[in-house]
Design a protein. Structure first.
Length: 150
């Protein structure tokens, strides 16, 4: 079951390769994430000392547990659970090809919360404009077809 998607990332980046990673959350964060109180807008993955971290992802505080977690930071760094070989391969590609790692979606799999991350290259402004033009043209074509079919 998909909990959230990073729609802006698909517009701003060209996805080259996708990976699945686990995420280390505390109890109330898991409950909040399963209630779909999570937002990936503006988040990214950072690799520090052979460990991958998800930065900037917002997980809203879980209301019933607020009295126990008074100093809760909803945008804290969260560790991603990846094999060392995967991390080293990603690090090599980032450094050699000037790519970035972004989260695409968060979902549940066998009662675990997983993050789909991707190696991505940033799109230029003209590429984004072309995408918007294609979308508008397709929308107009669909409207015309609908008009003639009915």
């Amino acid at each position: 079951m998909i909990l959230t998607k990073n729609k802006k990332a698909l517009f701003n980046y060209e996805i080259l390769e996708k990976l699945e990673a686990g995420i280390a959350l505390n109890g109330p964060e898991v409950k909040s994430a399963k209630l779909k109180h999570i937002n990936l807008k503006g988040s990214f993955v950072n690799i520090v000392k052979n460990e991958a971290f998800l930065n900037g992802a917002y997980i809203a505080p879980y209301k019933p547990a607020q009295k126990h977690f008074k100093k809760y930071n909803p945008e804290r760094k969260r560790k991603l659970l990846l094999h060392k070989t995967e991390i080293m391969r990603l690090l090599g590609k980032i450094q050699s090809e000037h790519l970035t790692i972004i989260p695409i979606s968060v979902y549940t799999k066998n009662n675990l919360i997983k993050v789909e991350i991707a190696l991505a290259r940033g799109k230029k402004k003209y590429e984004k404009r072309e995408l918007i033009k294609k979308r508008d043209i397709n929308k107009k074509i669909r409207e015309k077809m609908k008009k003639y079919l009915h």
